[in-house]
Design a protein around this ligand. Structure first.
Ligand code: IVH
Length: 690
């Protein structure tokens, strides 16, 4: 290869590698395997070794780092980095909305449009790009001056050193660890005998503010950007537009950003979907940031000495209380593991009465040093299960917990065994009624097959009645309709509803079915990765463990677990029966995030039967789009029905794409139906499916 050819290939490889970084870290949708990625990287490194004069600081190979300085230089911020005011309750959040209305002299009944974002818990940074090249990165510092961490930030895999266009801009965001990565970093420090980081945020700060950037490079730091300075220079008028702009440039942004019309909608999003999604997120968030969407209003509102008036941070309730530990019980899980649960003297924490809290595992009990009779500190953070934090006061009469562990399963009487990871007792009986009931309840849970009427209580009852021996039996319940109706408390009507829901669950996509099976270590995300890589379950069963390991995002241990699960006789039998029942075991329809509206800002005008405006909103959002109430330059699509309003003319004037009912029907044919059964039925009718 001559120099010119090398130069071209190098440029091409760099673009490719940056693109795959973006797909992996921002879209969470890698297109190639780890091995393929490594091959690209190696090819680039080899070429650069051969032609050292072609190495530039913005090459992905330069993300390895090395000693840079004796101390980090101080830099004055071009744009001061304000912090946000906090709202510690929903009441305070509504006060904020009222304040904004008052300031703008608007009627409080007039809803304002808010952009709601998860609040990231890390270290704020400001990044400057010049002509598309990463030029300067600083920490927030005191808001006026920060530290120059350019060299450190260069080593972050998710951060592009070149943007997709040669623009100059300044952006702000947060550097953080995912919970998993944080745990791993601490694990390594423990092994190396180094002091542990107190929390993920300290770990992120410590890792970024390094004098030897090779240390930073060795830590899997992440970054999400959430603000664009001087948006008007980039023709951006709203926060949603700013985020779209960042994404367009392939800067990583957080998931779950949502536009809400009015504070009520913001509140219900924060307490509903966002709170629910929180536990499943890889990164930790301790709240939400609520920002007015329209930048014109930002200019009108301005800043107080400390913080902007147009945005506020809402913190999920996180509170602690002290109460007596009255006893310890053990909760059997769907895998047979028994989690120790603290039975507490009832105490109020953050407005909720807490009577139980998790003790996680036997090692944790030892680590906390708690005994029955002690006064313990209990914490509740948002939606998360309350947790025993430690001993507040040693009790007078103490009963040791570990010395008197149960020996036999309370549910089936089987002798308990010890498991290691995590260290806990477990019931080894695969037919244990409580274990089966837990499996059924998990299978039917929201993120899985979503059979709402089949919760834990009903599941337990049906197992006890001998109607369910495993999850496949759910699909034979139809044959036992009489027995079901005869059960006390199962009025005919609810039996009918339950059976209809079970029938409907057969249409859940393969990824959900896979998740519902409860394969160890396979969460919703991994299940999705799997269905993207395999055409169907047969292909998965036939695959060697290496094929799972090859998937970017699945490690060796998880690969093993999956392979073992798929080679267990009983599991195979179960899969066969579920398949015969009509469940989806092939990847067909796309996942919701890849839906037709995905990433689009969509506005609706006129009537498009058979859905109301609110229902269209639900459909658009379920398929990954943003529902917006007005047409602007940044709108991607206008759905125009009968008797359209002035929005149609406006869209035509601005050149916004318009679709009528017929075009929409065609476009939606390959989309996934909405979640709610009722909506899904009409949706199918609309697109002409039977
Ligand atoms: S916007 C002028 N958006 O929270 C407003 N900040 O408590 C600039 N943070 O200093 C901040 N997630 O470090 C914004 N989605 C988000 C955020 C966020 C986390 C941090 C940021 C800020 C602090 C304020």
């Amino acid at each position: 290869m001559n120099r010119k050819q090398a130069q071209e290939r190098i440029a091409e490889l760099r673009r490719e590698i940056e693109r795959h970084n973006y797909l992996y870290y921002t879209l969470d949708a890698p297109e190639i395997s780890d091995a393929e990625y490594d091959a690209l990287y190696r090819e680039l490194a080899n070429l650069e070794r051969e032609f050292p004069d072609l190495v530039t600081p913005d090459s992905p190979t330069q993300k390895v780092g090395g000693p840079v300085a004796r101390e980090l230089a101080t830099v004055r911020h071009e744009f001061p980095m304000y912090s946000l005011d906090n709202a510690f309750s929903l009441g305070e959040l509504r006060d904020f909305d009222a304040r904004v209305h008052r300031f703008l002299k608007l009627d409080v009944a007039e809803p304002l449009e808010y952009h709601v974002e998860p609040k990231l818990d890390g270290l704020a940074v400001s990044l400057k790009y010049e002509n598309g090249r990463f030029a300067l990165g600083t920490t927030r510092g005191d808001g006026r001056e920060g530290e120059d961490v350019t060299a450190n930030l260069r080593t972050l895999k998710p951060l592009p050193l070149r943007l997709t266009r040669d623009v100059s801009l300044t952006v702000r965001g947060e550097v953080f660890f995912t919970e998993q990565d944080f745990a791993r970093v601490n694990e390594q420090r423990k092994e190396a005998g180094e002091p542990l980081f107190a929390n993920a945020r300290n770990a992120a700060a410590g890792s970024l503010r390094q004098l030897d950037t090779a240390v930073t490079a060795s830590r899997p730091l992440r970054i999400f950007l959430y603000a664009l300075e001087e948006p008007e220079r980039h023709g951006v008028k709203t926060q949603a537009g700013a985020i779209a702009k960042l994404r367009e440039l392939h800067l990583p942004t957080a998931p779950l950003n949502t536009l809400c019309r009015g504070i009520d909608e913001a509140v219900s999003y924060i307490e509903g979907d966002l709170a629910e999604a929180r536990e499943g997120l890889a990164f930790s968030t301790d709240g939400a940031v609520v920002k007015l969407n329209d930048f014109a209003l930002w200019d009108k509102l301005g800043f107080t000495a400390k913080s902007p008036r147009f945005a506020i941070a809402y913190k999920y309730a996180s509170a602690e209380a002290v109460t007596e530990l009255e006893g310890v019980t053990f909760q059997l899980s769907r895998t047979g593991t028994m989690t120790p649960v603290a039975e507490l003297a009832p105490v109020e924490i953050g407005g909720v009465t807490v009577k139980r809290a998790t003790l996680h595992n036997l090692d944790e009990i030892e680590r906390l040093g708690v005994a029955i009779g002690d006064k313990v500190r209990v914490m509740r953070a948002g939606e998360v299960i309350p947790k025993v934090q430690g001993v507040a006061e040693v009790g007078e009469k103490r009963r040791d917990i570990l010395a008197k562990l149960p020996t036999h399963c309370e549910s089936c009487g089987t002798k308990l065994v010890r498991r290691d990871d995590p260290p806990n007792l477990a019931c080894p009986n695969r037919e244990c009624p409580e274990v089966v009931a837990q499996q059924v309840a998990f299978f039917a849970s929201r993120g899985a097959m979503r059979i709402e009427r089949l919760g834990g209580k009903i599941a337990r009852r049906l197992v006890r009645e001998g109607l369910l021996k495993d999850v496949a039996d759910i699909y034979t319940l139809r044959e036992h309709e009489r027995e079901l109706v005869a059960l006390e408390g199962f009025a005919e009507i609810s039996v009918q509803n339950l059976l209809a829901e079970i029938e409907g669950s057969k249409r859940r996509p393969f990824a959900r079915v896979l998740y519902a099976l409860g394969i160890p270590e396979v969460g919703a995300q991994t299940a999705r990765l799997l269905t993207e890589h395999f055409a169907d379950i047969d292909e998965m069963i036939a695959a060697p463990p290496e094929r799972f390991d090859e998937i970017y995002g699945i490690g060796e241990v998880v690969a093993r677990e999956i392979w073992e699960f798929l080679h267990d006789e009983r599991n195979l039998k179960l899969i066969k029966r579920l398949r015969e029942a009509g469940l989806q075991f092939a990847s067909g329809a796309e996942g919701q995030a890849g839906g037709f509206f995905s990433g689009k800002k969509v506005c609706v005008t006129g009537r498009i039967d058979p859905f109301t405006r609110d229902e269209w909103k639900e459909i658009i959002e379920a398929s990954g789009g943003y529902f917006v109430t007005a047409v602007s330059k940044s709108t991607d699509l206008l759905l125009a029905g009968e008797e359209p309003g002035s929005k149609l003319a406006k869209a035509e004037k601005l050149g916004v794409e318009v679709m009528d009912a017929n075009a929409l029907r065609e476009a939606l044919k390959s989309d996934v139906p909405p979640e709610s059964e009722e909506l899904a039925a009409r949706w199918r009718e609309f697109v002409g499916e039977d």
